[in-house]
Write a protein that binds this ligand. Structure first.
Ligand code: 5GP
Ligand code: ZN
Length: 112
């Protein structure tokens, strides 16, 4: 999609090195990390969020990649949070589907 920031990152047109990449997804570190580890996983194919009903195989794959990212970052055993914000009330600011993998410290217990 033209003028989508995360489409450009997925295509390697902008941004730094990827933490992980395969045929379906790209993972890269968040520009404004909320914890020692804060990595985003995005599909290469554009979709805005869960309201676009992305393929279940893609969604399942992203959760497996979340584990792989945590393993790469060395936080799979210490623990990590996977967060996905949908729409304005959830604080979604980039409208290309993305999952946050957050960890590397004891995270706050609050959810809302
Ligand atoms: P949201 O609030 O939409 O769930 O999360 C968007 C995330 O994208 C934020 O954590 C923000 O810091 C991150 N972000 C925004 N622009 C860029 C960018 O250009 N590069 C990277 N690596 N992260 C970005
Ligand atoms: Zn996009």
């Amino acid at each position: 999609m033209q003028d989508c920031l995360f489409c450009k990152i997925a295509a390697g047109e902008i941004g730094g090195p990827h933490v992980y990449e395969d045929e379906m997804v790209v993972a890269f570190d968040d520009i404004s990390p909320q914890a020692p580890v804060h990595t985003l996983i995005i599909p290469k194919q554009h979709c805005a969020n869960l309201n676009d009903e992305p393929d279940v195989a893609l969604l399942g794959h992203i959760l497996q990649v979340a584990h792989e990212v945590a393993r790469i970052k060395g936080i799979d055993q210490s623990g990590y949070r996977v967060v996905q914000n949908n729409g304005p009330d959830a604080g979604q600011t980039v409208f290309h589907l993305h999952f946050h993998v957050i960890g590397g410290k004891e995270l706050s217990l609050g959810m809302a």
